[in-house]
Structures are given as C-alpha cells and as structure tokens.
Design a protein around this ligand. Sequence first.
Ligand SMILES: C[S@@+](CC[C@H](N)C(=O)[O-])C[C@H]1O[C@@H](n2cnc3c(N)ncnc32)[C@H](O)[C@@H]1O
Length: 471
Amino acid sequence: MPQDRAAPEPARAPPPPVTPQRSARKERAGRPAAPPSGRPRPDAGARSAARPARGQPADARGGALALLAALREGATLAEAAAGAGLGQLAPAERARAQRLAAATIRWRGRSDAVLAPLLGRQPRAEMSDILRLAVTELLGLGEAPHGVVNAAVALARGAGPGGRAAAGMVNAVLRRAAGAQAQWDGAAPARLPDWLRGPVARQWGEGVAAAIEAAHETAPGVDLTGKPGAAVPGEPLPTGSRRLPPGTQVTALPGYEAGAWWVQDAAAALPVRLLDPRAGERVADLCCAPGGKTMQLAAAGAAVIAVDLSEARLSRVRANLERTRLDAALVAADALAWRPDCALDAVLLDAPCSATGTIRRHPELPLIRDGAMIPDLVRLQAAMIDHALALLGPGGRLVYAVCSIHPAEGEAQLAAALDRHPGLTVERPRMPGLDPAWITPEGAIRTRPDHWGHLGGLDGFFAVRLRRPGG
Ligand SMILES: C[S@@+](CC[C@H](N)C(=O)[O-])C[C@H]1O[C@@H](n2cnc3c(N)ncnc32)[C@H](O)[C@@H]1O
C-alpha cells in the first residue's frame, strides 16, 4: 500500500479476504504460542524511465505500471507487490512504485476527468495506465512536468507493438494535461461501483455515498493500539488509539522492539473494546489472523483461543504474539467445525467479509471485485454467528464485527440474527470516546470512512455486542 513501511502487523489482512474460505480442513489441537516475540507522499523529482528489460520494471514508474497491470488480472496491490510484479527493484523503488500505483488508483476519478476531453478515443489499457500515472504525478503529486512527460513517453515507446506510435499521442495529451490543474481540483472522486454504491446510498443517502467516495481519496494514517499502561507514540484519538502520519515507518519507533503496541486501525480496535474482556475469561477469537484483536484480548488478561482457517496467516499471529510477549492458544481450524472443550464466556467473531470498509487502504478493491461474493459471504457470516452463539455458556456474549460498509453484512445481518434467535439481546456500547452518531438505533457501532474527517478518517466497520439469555 502507499505506506512506505515494512508493515509488521497491519490491522487488517493485506489482501482483503473477500472470498469465503471454508474447507473440511482437519482440526488441529490448539497449543499455546511461544511466550515472549497516504495520501501518498509526493516524491521528489522526476526520474528517468528506463525501458524495462525483458518485461521487468526498471524503476518505480515501471513498477507502478506492472502493479496496475496485475490488477487487471484480478490481483490485489499487495498480492502483485509480493509476487513477481516488481522484479528486482530496490526496496526504496518498490515502495515508491506501490505509492504511485495506489495514488493512481485513488485519484482515477480526477485523472479520468482530466484525460477524457483530451482523448479522441479510449487508448488500450497499458496506455491508459501510463496516462493516468503521469496525470497523477503532474496534478496530484505536483511533480515537474518535463520529467513526468519524458518518462511517460519513454514508457509508452517500450510498451509493445504500437508503442512508438502511441508515444506521440502520450506526449501531446500530457503537455495539455499539465495545464489542467483546475479541472483536476474540481473533478469528482471516483464513484463506488454500483453493487456497493446502491446499497450504501439506500442505507444512508446519496450525500453519504459521495462523502465516502471523497474519503477514499485520502490515504489512511498509521494507527497504533497499546498494551494497557504502555507508552505509545502518535497523536491520541478519542477512542484510545494513537495516530501517526500515513507512511510512517513503525519498526524504528520506541516500543516496537519491546512489543508495547501494534498497528491497528482505530475502527478495528473497537470490537474488542465493545466486548470488554476481563482477566481470566475464556474467550475465543474465531477468525483471528493476523491477530490485532487477539493481542487486544490477550493484553486484557483473557484466556484466548485464537482460531483461523489459514495456517499461513496463523504464523503471522504467532509472530505478532511473540513480539508483544502476549499469549494465546492458536488453532488452525474451520471456525464452523471447531468446538472448545467447555463453554466460553465470550466470543469475538471478526467474520470474513467484503472488506469494503478498508477501501482507503485497499483502493483497488472496487476495481477487482464485482459484488458477486456478497450473498455467499452473508450466508457464511450467518452460519458463523449461529455457531458462535452455540459455543457460549448461558449469559455469554458475542461480538460480531465486519470491516464492511455493505449493509447486508452489518445492519441486515444483525436484524436476521435477532429474528433467528429469540431471547438474544443487543447490549449498547458504553465505551469512552465513541461518537454517539456512530451508534445505530439497534445499538450497534457503525463507523464509515467519512467519519472523523477532521482527524483523517477511519475504516468502515460494523460491530455489535449480543448476549445469550440465561446466566
Ligand atoms: C477479517 S480477517 C480477521 C482479522 C483479525 N480478526 C484481526 O483483527 O487481525 C478474516 C479472517 O478469517 C479467516 N477465515 C475465513 N474463513 C474462515 C473459517 N471458515 N474459519 C476460520 N477462519 C476463517 C481468514 O483466514 C482471515 O484471517
């Protein structure tokens, strides 16, 4: 993502887990983890765009184009960057390539508005990417026109058959685009895709849909959650998290080595605060990786069983627990098949979802998803809620959460769960710092990317605390 950091534990999974993952994977006995383990920054100066050798990007611009090409094949930016897309680029160039690609996607509404009147007909995809990247650099990042235009022309020339002919068009279009700052500034942000915009606008109105689109143009800051009493760097946020500027390198900050805190969006930190775990309580974190919420639960002193389907992703939970010297029993299992040996006091279900609340950090998501997965996700979430409730003792509590702004995964999911489970009650949030406007009429927490605009926004999340009857 645009952040130039060796993200050791992002709050959310880098590739948004939009596909329901279920398999008849054999349950493995839990064992305790080993005890003590942006707005994209303007880049200085245009650099030369060397021609890629044998398909490998030669510099950050070539890398950005390789990432944009991978998105057309359905990859996320993180997947593309982790794969072969960036070839042998040095770390600083890789980071710059990622920032450029993310900025190009984030601001595509503006670059398309600038380019549309300058183009006779739509160029092929590679040329469109070269043009959008260059317009983003010129008008979004304020880079020097001659360097940006020369680099784009060189990239166009090297872009396969027809490249030499297209280079003339790229040159002419960009020389005119360089003077279109007013069109850029006045353009609308990229629209949400219809499959998401429709439900969002029906739930909260056209104005909110537009505000969310505007919020998606801003790269998120880096939020930290600390252990109780720990000194945590960054500006304090009302809900207890701390915020650092986008792109902050966290590994050099005080407290990193000591494991005093971890990276977690302020919205992602709310579900565990809503659950309010107590020392000694038996709590399951049913979809735990990469472990931001597991660490919160463990730091509160709960006896945590952290379950995830993916062994590979569980290894990140293990590494995070080691660094923070926190403890949880890790279980690789399908949450729908897993059962503890005795009833639980509480369950945190941070369910697989469309991840549409995280478009600020995954700006490519609207380009690579078509909404077809929503019904399957809703069915999986409902089955997980039912199973999670069955794991609780009488009076036990369940927090259901999703990093989604699709109401089918949040508000409608809650209504359906209450219909299926007579006697189940919603417990309204009582945490400090919560904006009362985020509490729904039913008593759930609903954050959206357009909230906290004055503080830099936060992810879209839905979280609700449910209590089983009895106890
Ligand atoms: C939204 S992420 C969880 C983020 C995590 N709670 C955190 O705060 O760091 C969803 C997780 O659900 C896991 N998952 C998906 N299907 C699952 C299933 N059937 N059983 C258990 N875990 C599952 C995925 O591997 C992914 O790690």
